[in-house]
Design a binder for this molecule. Structure first.
Ligand code: ATP
Ligand code: MG
Length: 556
């Protein structure tokens, strides 16, 4: 977790605790997602911080599902969260659910009632809100605040037994209605919800609030460092108050700034809307900022972990440019992705002096950036090839080092060819390019003496495999859709997905599978989509490369 800049503030705190022998030098963190959606890139930061710190200091991490909102939580989400954490490369010591502790948390509430520190309140939500006052005005005491311990115990038992309807009563902590911290003004501990829970079924009809569950779970598990995001800072006095009053294990809360990324949204509630309302195809749609979406898009776990580490841990909020995430994945894939050839917008190139029916197998080097160049693969070659339409121009400008009438170019891993003529259809669209090849210019044993500046990719028409290719752009047109006026969905980029159905890829990709990483030479990084099969190949573009020609054009 530490960067060139030295240890971050959480590392300093933990190192100091260990030095002082706090908790016997033990470090136990937890990652506490609510299973109400899929994890997103923001969560990956929290995962890297919690698991990363534990690893660094010889400790362990629990995965804890914060499942205290029965209506919104589902087993599907639990499973996806576990898969995502594992895929990111982390292993929890234990998996727990807040619901595992419902009995214990209920007993904690009873204890507080017995100490005169909690009461049952019959006020409506509006009345409770009115009693709370405002940040500048103290709150007021409601009519139920001074109920006796006996009455409170009786009413709370009856709440649990299902004698009341939703919203009829709540259990509140009796703290301080004039505290400057609004969270200390008799916060609600339990509410009635006659709802089926994904794990406890219909056993409970009262559920603890976040503030009366989170710290209690931390304490039950003896979490040493409970690390969360800054919005919980104002909850900290309450977190500590409950732990002190209950005299339970003193877990401590520490906050860091959330990860924010531009051109996307990162709240599970909003991501759910995108899925439910069909703006994307699923939670793992490659345009989604979810971990499963990024995985399907072709991000490696290493790229995401590296991104999270480099973004760093701070207490200052900021927005990270999505370009930095793309930089991290490019850097990682550059090392791991095999270079292969795919033609996205094909046009036929016929080599007129290469005998029809003749074939030869050339050698493709897999990855110049990898050890031993990543090995090689066979590349079949014949007289008819597919090349990229944009690699040919009828009237090429000066700096265009590709094909045009009379121009020569090298075919990657193959020969130099010279364009002699081209054919057009009735609309003047080029349909075929005719070239001569130079047999002595073969890559690796070139004795031709011909010098060319450009190298283009190709696939042998006879051997090429048809493929569908999905190109993605940002899902939103504005940097921060959530802060714009109106509905965030008004800012969706309608062109965020482009599907190419007539592409061709080299035959070595026949058995490629999701989880493989490729660079399509000159076109970007791509991966097989989960829809891909050996009879219908589908690839996602993970991220583009930087295109020297496009840059050149912009300069002019
Ligand atoms: P969301 O608002 O996206 O639904 P959440 O905070 O409600 O997120 P939880 O499932 O409660 O989601 O979060 C689990 C953990 O992940 C919490 O500790 C939370 O602080 C952390 N987390 C959530 N979003 C981010 C983020 N953008 N950056 C860093 N940590 C995050
Ligand atoms: Mg939450």
């Amino acid at each position: 977790m530490s960067t060139e800049k030295g240890p971050n503030f959480l590392e300093e705190i933990i190192a100091e605790d260990i030095k002082n022998g706090k908790h016997g030098g033990r470090v136990l963190t937890r990652f506490p997602p609510e299973p109400n959606g899929y994890l997103h890139i923001g969560h990956s930061k929290s995962i890297c911080v919690n698991f990363g710190l534990a690893q660094e200091f010889g400790g362990t991490t629990n995965l804890r599902f914060d499942d205290t909102n029965p209506e919104k939580e589902e087993t599907e989400y639990v499973e996806s969260i576990m898969a995502d954490v594992k895929w990111l490369g982390f292993q929890w010591a234990n998996v727990f659910y807040a619901s595992d502790y419902f009995d214990q948390i209920y007993e904690f509430a009873v204890t507080l009632i017995k100490h005169g520190l909690a009461y049952v309140d019959d006020s409506t939500a509006e009345q409770i809100a009115a009693q709370k006052g405002t940040p500048t005005e103290p709150g007021t005491h409601g009519p139920y605040r001074d109920r006796s311990v006996e009455e409170n115990l009786d009413l709370f038992t009856r709440m649990k037994n299902g004698e009341y309807k939703d919203g009829e009563k709540v259990l509140r902590a009796k703290i301080d209605m004039s505290s400057p911290n609004m969270h200390m003004r008799d916060p609600i501990m339990y509410r009635i919800k006659h709802a089926h829970h994904h794990r406890t079924g219909d056993k409970w009809c009262i559920y603890p609030m976040y503030d009366f569950a989170h710290g209690q779970c931390d304490s039950i598990e003896k979490i040493t460092h409970s690390i969360c995001t800054l919005e919980f800072e104002v909850h900290k006095p309450l977190y500590e108050w409950f732990i002190e009053q209950l005299e339970i294990f003193p877990s401590k809360q520490y906050e860091f700034a959330r990860l924010n990324l531009n051109y996307t949204v990162m709240s599970k509630r909003k991501l759910l809307q995108l899925v439910k309302e069909g703006y994307v195809n699923s939670w793992d749609d490659p345009r989604m900022p979810t971990i499963s979406g990024l995985r399907r898009r072709g991000y490696s776990p290493e790229a995401i972990r590296n991104f999270a580490t480099r973004v760093g841990v701070a207490r200052r909020e900021n927005i990270i440019d999505v370009g930095f995430l793309e930089f991290c994945v490019r850097e990682d894939l550059n090392k791991r992705a095999n270079r292969v050839m795919a033609v996205l917008d094909p046009i036929k190139l016929v080599i007129t002096n290469y005998p029809e029916g003749q074939e030869e197998t050339l050698i493709g080097e897999n990855n110049p950036e990898a050890e031993n160049h990543g090995g090689t693969r066979p590349l079949p070659f014949s007289n008819e090839l597919w090349i990229e339409r944009e690699d040919f121009m009828v009237e090429p400008p000066k700096k265009f080092f590709r094909l045009g009438p009379g121009l020569s170019v090298r075919l990657k891993h193959a020969y130099i060819v010279r364009c002699d003529e081209f054919k057009v259809d009735e609309n003047n669209n080029v349909t075929e390019i005719h070239c001569t090849y130079f047999p002595e210019s073969k890559s690796g044993s070139d004795t031709s003496g011909i010098v060319v500046k450009g190298v283009i990719h190709w696939v042998s028409a006879k051997h090429a495999l048809p493929a569908e290719i999905r190109l993605y752009d940002r899902l939103f047109n504005v940097e921060d859709p959530s802060s714009e006026e109106g509905d965030f969905k008004d800012f969706i980029n309608k062109d965020s997905l482009e599907v190419i159905t007539n592409a061709y890829v080299e035959p070595s990709l026949k058995d490629s599978k999701p989880g493989d990483y490729f660079q399509f030479i000159r076109k970007g990084y791509f991966c097989p989509d989960t829809d891909s099969t050996s009879s219908k190949l589908v690839f996602n573009r993970t991220v583009t490369l930087k295109d020297a020609w496009a840059k050149e054009q912009k300069k002019d």
